[in-house]
Ligand binder design. Structure first.
Ligand SMILES: NC(=O)c1ccc[n+]([C@@H]2O[C@H](COP(=O)([O-])OP(=O)(O)OC[C@H]3O[C@@H](n4cnc5c(N)ncnc54)[C@H](O)[C@@H]3O)[C@@H](O)[C@H]2O)c1
Ligand SMILES: [Zn+2]
Length: 161
């Protein structure tokens, strides 16, 4: 499979590219190499079988990166808390508009499979209750559960959903 990893030069994206390669998949990286994410300059030897230095808000760059791609892992984002509220348009541009441009170009290219990064900053840590053990902190979901489409976290004591 050939996978477009947006933000593939970043912390999560670089691990995704390495994991794809280890599993025998090809990757295309689309990354704008934002100075805020790469204060020491562009990393040398970017991962990926093909690298497009470009912005997810740029339709042409996204369309180019999508050529021959089967699925997309969208990790390009401005992350962390802004230092200044004046940065808000930049965050909304990269994160919201960028995702919208990506989705529009995926629709045009007929690419239908997307993994979208989420963050606790958006969805919160949540609270989990077991009918027998009360409030609990579940560990990571088991791969077998994920493969079977079971996303409900399990009680660390009794395994109940
Ligand atoms: N790092 C974590 O622990 C963590 C935890 C939860 C969620 N996430 C989510 O994972 C995603 C990736 O986070 P990360 O930690 O790898 O961040 P990062 O800053 O290390 O990487 C993001 C990459 O995206 C690129 N980028 C930013 N805006 C872009 C644009 N407009 N066009 C093209 N490239 C652009 C940057 O240059 C950078 O290489 C984010 O959505 C983040 O919220 C990360
Ligand atoms: Zn329990």
């Amino acid at each position: 499979m050939r996978v477009l990893v947006t933000g593939g030069a970043g912390f999560i994206g670089a691990h995704v590219v390495a994991t794809l390669a280890a599993a025998g998949h090809e990757s295309v990286v689309l990354d704008a190499l934002l100075p805020s994410a790469h204060p020491e300059g562009a990393p040398s030897g970017l991962p990926g079988d093909r690298v497009v230095v470009g912005d997810v808000r740029d339709r042409e760059a996204v369309a180019d990166a999508l050529a021959g791609v089967d699925a997309v892992c969208h990790q390009a984002a401005m992350v962390g808390l802004g230092k200044d509220f004046a940065d808000a348009p930049l965050y909304v541009g990269c994160n919201d508009l960028g995702t919208a441009v990506l989705l529009a170009e995926m629709a045009a290219a007929g690419v239908r499979d997307l993994v979208l990064a989420g963050s606790m900053v958006v969805y919160g840590e949540g609270r989990y209750d077991c009918p027998r053990h009360g409030t609990v902190r579940p560990g990571p979901r088991a791969e077998a559960d994920l493969r079977a489409g079971r996303f409900e976290p399990r009680c660390p004591d009794c395994g109940a959903e």
